[in-house]
Design a protein around this ligand. Structure first.
Ligand code: C5P
Length: 223
């Protein structure tokens, strides 16, 4: 059985991938299934946490015992995460958040025309993880433990450490992307970068095992 080492702690977890509307029927999205975020929610509940799961476009059943808030866009995910984070002890940003969105959303469906199609102009989305880190640093507000995820293919340690510092989080779970790993698969493998500490390797295994390895690092930072 699992330890009840998250009992008494409020934890916010984001999962899935955000979608940005182009027009009423089209969007820009990504391939995140939400499986890793849901594994985090399930295992956190099993370890005694009070979990709020902010799910972006996930087609999985609600995990038992978690409060689920369903969102679509990055703006909606941001609102839900920031609101839930006010009272949270830890936040884990496992969602794949769109870095850009169309600068304007067409009110009606874009029609096929004879000439060249109009370009879609993009604008930057806010970085929610960095915002949480900044809030904590500048206002002393928000969660005690902040965890980010990152998919890196090369220079994992150097790129990851830079990202950890830039975003102001405590742990950065760097997924190995590749054959049968990460997006939409049951398995994952990761290196967890630790602010002010040594990286922890999580061997390839079910996403629940990767989730438990994350909680093993979060729990001591909460007490
Ligand atoms: O910069 P990058 O997208 O690689 O960072 C990934 C991490 O940052 C994830 O934890 C993701 O949830 C978070 N993120 C965010 N807001 C964004 C982009 C990413 O919170 N706009």
């Amino acid at each position: 059985g699992r330890p009840r080492d998250l009992a008494g702690h409020k934890i916010v977890i984001s999962a899935g991938g955000t979608r940005e509307a182009i027009d009423p029927v089209r969007f820009i999205g990504n391939r995140s299934s939400g499986l890793q975020g849901y594994a985090l929610a399930r295992t956190a509940v099993a370890r005694g946490a009070e979990v709020t799961l902010v799910a972006a476009n996930v087609s999985l059943p609600d995990p038992a015992g978690a409060a689920v808030v369903r969102v679509g866009s990055t703006a909606e995910l941001r609102e839900a995460v920031l609101a839930a984070s006010e009272k949270a002890d830890a936040v884990v940003m496992a969602a794949a958040v769109a870095d850009f969105r169309p600068a304007s959303r067409h009110e009606s469906k874009i029609k096929k025309t004879d000439g060249e199609p109009d370009p879609i102009h993009l604008t930057k989305n806010p970085d929610i993880l960095a915002e949480l880190g900044r809030l904590r640093r500048e206002a002393g507000a928000g969660p005690r433990v902040i965890v980010g995820f990152a998919a890196e293919t090369d220079d994992v340690l150097a790129n990851g450490q830079a990202k950890l510092a830039r975003k102001g989080c405590d742990l950065l779970v760097v997924n190995q992307v590749g054959e049968g790993l990460a997006f939409g698969t049951p398995d994952n493998a990761a290196t967890v970068l630790v602010a002010g500490g040594e990286p922890v390797e999580v061997p390839r295994g079910p996403k629940d095992d990767v989730a438990d390895a994350v909680w093993d690092l979060v729990a001591p930072r909460l007490s």
